[in-house]
Design a protein around this ligand. Structure first.
Ligand code: 5GP
Length: 200
């Protein structure tokens, strides 16, 4: 698909889309892509974690073994990668540069260590970074959402909440911070930050 006229004249931006587990990142992105289907591309990450029920290889993630992931690291196949709760997650380099050159904005839905790696090596003018926050009380909100989602064991949920406490401290390093109370509102606010007031 061709990018819209609005984006054909210049290269796109890398969108660093970050926030703690359970904050609602996937739902916000689904709504954002519905608003801007022709301007955005989603970078499918590679991971060693086990697929959740309903997740599809090649759509949600490229699911690989640890040796395969480590071979990809050795081949310099990732723009960034990190370990999160004992599993590897990484952004494959393939496609991203082509999409940017074609004028698409490319969304990387990644955790904070990976986002900070990219901020350290790519000029801020080529980036758009946003950190999604839960409504206060932050950790209690996340715990309730993860329990409702019911895709992790109680131990895994607590490990993710520990990780979230560390990630929340990094929120000020992002260009934008949005509190996700109602998904549709958060997606609209993000759309306005990206494309201006009359974007929807
Ligand atoms: P989940 O297991 O919930 O799908 O993802 C766990 C965390 O890893 C989330 O914060 C998610 O944004 C992050 N993540 C997903 N893909 C990547 C990636 O390619 N690189 C990095 N650094 N983090 C990722």
């Amino acid at each position: 698909m061709q990018p819209s006229a609005e984006t054909t004249q210049k290269s796109g931006r890398l969108i660093l889309f970050t926030g703690p587990s359970g904050v609602g990142k996937n739902k916000i992105l689904t709504a954002l892509f519905e608003l801007h289907p022709n301007q955005l591309k989603y970078s499918i990450s590679t991971t060693t974690r086990t697929p959740r029920v309903g997740e599809v290889d090649g759509k949600d993630y490229h699911f690989v073994s640890t040796p395969v992931f480590e071979a990809l690291i050795a081949e310099d196949g990732f723009l960034e990668y990190a370990q999160y709760n004992g599993q590897y997650y990484g952004t494959p380099k393939a496609e991203i540069n082509d999409w940017l050159a074609e004028g698409f904005d490319v969304v990387l839905e990644i955790e904070t260590q990976g986002a900070l790696q990219i901020m350290a090596k790519i000029p801020a003018s080529q980036l758009f970074s946003v950190f999604i926050l839960p409504p206060e009380p932050a950790i209690e909100t996340l715990r309730a959402r993860l329990q409702t989602r019911n895709t992790e064991t109680p131990e895994e949920i607590e490990a993710r909440l520990m990780q979230s406490q560390r990630e929340l401290l990094e929120a000020p390093k992002f260009q934008h911070q949005l509190v996700n109370t109602v998904v549709a509102d958060t997606a609209k606010a993000l759309s306005q930050l990206l494309y201006g007031k009359n974007s929807t």
